[in-house]
Write a protein that binds this ligand. Structure first.
Ligand code: SF4
Length: 231
């Protein structure tokens, strides 16, 4: 039976993804400031990953989790999204609780953890200074995100961790931000059979300040499970 079209087919539009692969090449220098930042850290920390961090998970995933960008001492150090800093502790424990991961998370890409029906990526693939990519850098990395979306044929749910991930998703799919305002716990219908869920980012800052609690984070995954069911 033919696959049912979704809004992700929009992401196949030539303007965004033509000529781009779902993962950025390790020597991508399309953002000069970010490339220079990585150059600096390659010298200062030569054993760190220090390159565009590839997505982690399955190409047949129904759930795509979108973060902001690699953390300097987390994913940029280890080479796996959300691995090695606080944000990963909450994210991976939650994925394990809701059946989107198997194994044990040990903050190490060699921990053997696998994702189930799920992929994790970032709106911007290179670590930005102070976790703040510029609007131009977000737009420059967008074709890789568009290609990532286009390469997930079974996608039914996108979880945006924070406003930048949310806005990157809307821009990629040519959807109006005014029609889909970011709000923790919100669910947006963004196409046939496709929903965008929002959560505050699971950063240490957000959890330390009480902006995001574990209960709040789990409730978002509860809603995602209720939406897409189990495999
Ligand atoms: S952020 Fe994206 S587009 Fe910019 S240099 Fe890194 S991989 Fe390339």
């Amino acid at each position: 039976m033919p696959r049912r079209p979704t809004s992700i087919d929009v992401a196949r539009s030539p303007a965004e993804s033509r000529g781009f692969t779902p993962e950025a090449p390790c020597d991508c220098r399309r953002c000069p400031r970010l490339a220079a930042f990585l150059d600096h850290h390659r010298k200062a920390e030569p054993v760190w990953f220090n390159a565009p961090v590839p997505s982690f998970g399955r190409d047949d995933a129904r759930l795509l989790i979108v973060g902001l960008a690699p953390g300097l001492k987390g994913a940029n150090r280890t080479g796996r999204p959300f691995t090695g800093d606080y944000a990963g502790e909450l994210l991976y424990s939650t994925l394990l609780s809701y059946g989107f991961a198997q194994g044990t998370y040990r903050a190490d890409p060699a921990d053997g953890l696998t994702l189930v029906d799920c992929m994790i990526t970032n709106a911007v693939r290179c670590v930005p200074p102070e976790n703040k990519p510029t609007p131009e850098e977000i737009a420059t990395c967008r074709p890789y995100f568009a290609a990532r979306l286009a390469a997930l044929p079974n996608l039914r749910a996108i979880l945006a961790l924070g406003r930048i991930a949310h806005d990157q998703t809307l821009s990629t799919l040519s959807l109006k931000k005014s029609a889909h305002p970011f709000a923790h716990g919100a669910r947006h219908s963004i196409g046939p059979g496709l929903s965008l869920f929002d959560s505050f980012h699971c950063s240490r800052y957000n959890t330390n300040t009480g902006r995001l609690t574990e209960t709040m984070f789990h409730s978002v995954f509860h809603a995602i499970r209720a939406s897409i069911g189990h495999t």
